[in-house]
Design a protein. Structure first.
Lengths: 159, 296
């Protein structure tokens, strides 16, 4: 068993210092060590997108990184989307447009869409579909998710 | 927790990384973007006892142009290529190919050097290296060597890189300013590994005759290959639809794929041909529109 290493990460604005084994995946660190269970573990090999989080404002698959690699990084998870009890425009839109059913894939979709919409809000439906293509949903058939992202983009454009 | 236990090192210089590789020998693996290695570790298909994480070697993240060649640091992310104005200006084929790699979250982490040294025969960057006659620079305990793509790829997921070497730079020649290009591939779902793909570059003279043709094919051999018969056929020809169809037919007879769980050999041959014609059509159209712009 290799030695635990100290890491310091900022998660949703809060600095957390922990000791982790090098082999601990970032997603397991978030869920087991920080008890942030909003980030879901699906396929564990980078196919389903459920574990997507933002690292330094860019979407990454947290099952394809080790926690030690996030040392010094700024992470954002689904828990950090709402501010002061107010839902993020994406969360509002998913609620209004029925962008989820069982909810398992939703945190990953929200964080993937968050990266997309923070880098622009003017996308065609095709562009949104391509941007979401790395996330799998087995309930909705995607139509309502695409519509949710379109509505969220509109909300964010208006500020 | 899925991967087996390993010792973790995060050197900040290439020399330090090479020293670690020397010290730990074949038990050590380099961790670059991790988008292929970590899934294999999660499945325990790969069980390194030592990981040398090169993500902290910040000097290896750069894109610059010198002598008509793009020099790309090995740890440069796919996403950085995609958003680079330099890449947009001087290598449209690279831009088009990189956008076909996985999905945004994969491209945020995946690296240029990692993708090439991983040597997946269906991957985009090795094919672009082949189409443009690119090279990689390898650094080991005895100094550095620069290897052309032709000498780099050995077979599936295997290059000539030694266990004590690290790839620190990828060198890709600039596209000629009057070239047309296209990258076509077939995947079952967007962002999946391709079944087959074609990177095409063509240059034509003022009489619309082809003066240079490059066709790199993925998914039909253990490494990316160039379809030399079809390339030779195209040079000197006027690029009509009949010619492009014939080039596709030549490619489908030239490649010798094997059947596997994803596709039969016949289907791969068919795809390679059809994708070649399709890529050439778009390359020719680009060639024409660039010429029109230059005339204006």
């Amino acid at each position: 068993m290799s030695k635990r290493m100290p890491i310091s990460v900022t998660v949703n604005g809060e600095t957390r210092e922990e000791y982790v084994q090098p082999r601990k995946l970032l997603v397991d660190f978030l869920r087991e060590d920080l008890h942030l269970t909003g980030t879901h573990v699906g396929c564990e090999h980078g196919i389903c997108g459920s574990c997507t989080v933002l690292m330094n404002d860019e979407a990454v698959r947290s099952c394809l990184m080790f926690a030690v690699q996030a040392n010094g990084a700024e992470l954002r998870t689904v828990e950090g989307l709402s501010k002061h009890g107010k839902l993020h425009p994406l969360q509002e839109a998913f609620q209004e447009q029925y962008g989820l059913q069982c909810g398992f894939c939703t945190p990953g979709f929200l964080m993937t869409a968050c990266d997309l919409l923070e880098h622009g809000q003017d996308y065609t439906e095709d562009e949104i579909r391509v941007a979401l293509s790395g996330n799998l949903c087995r309930c909705t058939g995607y139509q309502s998710i695409v519509e949710s992202v379109q509505v969220a983009a509109e909300k964010m454009r208006k500020g | 927790m899925k991967p087996v236990s390993f010792d973790y090192f995060a050197p900040t210089t290439v020399n330090e990384a090479v020293a670690l590789l020397e010290e730990h020998g074949e038990d050590a693996k380099i961790l670059a973007g991790g988008q292929s290695l970590v899934p294999m570790m999660n499945f325990r298909l790969v069980r390194p006892t030592c990981l040398v994480d090169i993500n902290q070697i910040k000097d290896l993240a750069y894109i610059h142009e010198k002598d008509d060649r793009l020099h790309i640091g090995a740890i440069t992310r796919h996403r950085d290529l995609e958003t680079s104005t330099l890449v947009q200006q001087c290598n449209g084929l690279l831009l088009e190919g990189v956008q076909l790699i996985g999905h945004t979250a994969i491209r945020t982490r995946g690296t240029v050097g990692g993708s090439i040294i991983h040597a997946d025969p269906t991957a985009e960057l090795p094919a672009i290296l082949a189409a443009l006659d690119g090279e990689v620079r390898l650094i080991g305990p005895n100094g550095q060597r620069t290897i052309s793509w032709r000498d780099l790829f050995v077979t599936f997921f295997t290059t000539v890189i030694e266990p004590v070497e690290i790839c620190d730079e990828v060198i890709i020649p600039r596209l000629p300013s009057d070239a047309g290009w296209a990258f076509e591939e077939f995947t079952r779902r967007h962002g999946d590994f391709a079944v087959a793909g074609v990177a095409a570059v063509i240059v034509t003279d003022n009489n619309d005759r082809c003066t240079d043709a490059r066709l790199a094919i993925t998914g039909t051999a253990p490494t990316p290959i160039r379809a030399t018969q079809a390339e030779l056929f195209l040079v000197g020809k006027s690029l009509t639809q009949t010619t492009l169809d014939e080039a596709g037919r030549l490619v489908s007879t030239e490649v010798e794929p094997e059947s596997d769980v994803h596709a039969t050999a016949d289907y791969r041959k068919h795809l390679a041909g059809a994708l070649t014609t399709r890529a050439l059509q778009r390359a020719v159209a680009r060639c024409h529109s660039r010429k029109d712009q230059q005339e204006k």
